[in-house]
Design a protein around this ligand. Sequence first.
Ligand code: NAD
Length: 259
Amino acid sequence: MPELLAGKTALILGVANKWSLAYAIAQAFRREGAKLLLTYQGERQKETVGELGAELGAAAIFECDVTRDEDLVKLADTVRQHGGPNGRLDTLVHSIAFANREDLSRPFVETSRAGYLLAQDVSAYSLVSAARTIAPFMTEGGSVITLTYLGATRVVTNYNVMGVAKAALEACVRYLSSDLGPSNIRVNAISAGPVKTVSARGVAGLTKMLEAMPLRAPLRRNCTPEEVADTAVFLASDLGRGVTGNVLFVDAGYQVMGF
Ligand code: NAD
């Protein structure tokens, strides 16, 4: 079987540990022959992401906190230095979100201004700033992929401020796809079903969600990180060349169900 991403370079934001969806995506991209550039958020993650990146043969592993503009400047420098031919980049994976823990357990109406803005900044605006930073390197077109969740359009207990941030993120996907489409840069989101990761454990009631999925989802099971990752491969590869501005659900079909 030919490798679907041979000759492509991918920048992946959001590997924190081996449970991260971004790590599953990095593994799948590696399997398909992509060159990888990985980032980590702060010193605390440096060692773990360094080890995971080394296993994957990443060409660069560097710090990037998306709330710091200077880190985005460094990100551009690193892509220029370690990207493909002439610093070319083909894929950006944005697998980043954050909200204060208390905003993911109390009623949404209690959300503070600071908590609301923080969730928007890290979880939605960062897609815009990262896309703007890397677009000049996508000289032969490219694919920008972000991760979202059903809580963007439906009320999911405790998802709260993150649901509102994901709604903004999905709108950003549509506006970015319109701006960047003429440069043949595609922008899409994968809406993953619940998967046990550090971020997901921050949402109160995750275990109940994971128990409910196999009872209700058409495929009668939870989705897996590998399924999310294979969909990212499709979007990053030439197979996805006609797809932009979309939200693709990888959730064992859960989102189609009503009563
Ligand atoms: P994770 O905790 O492994 O990944 C979240 C990442 O966001 C971490 O690497 C963290 O360092 C990074 N991050 C947070 N603030 C940052 C900042 N200021 N600068 C740079 N990086 C920052 O959890 P995950 O579940 O793999 O989450 C990845 C994405 O998938 C998120 O957007 C999440 O909302 C989305 N998602 C997750 C699920 C799920 O159930 N796990 C479902 C749907 C969507």
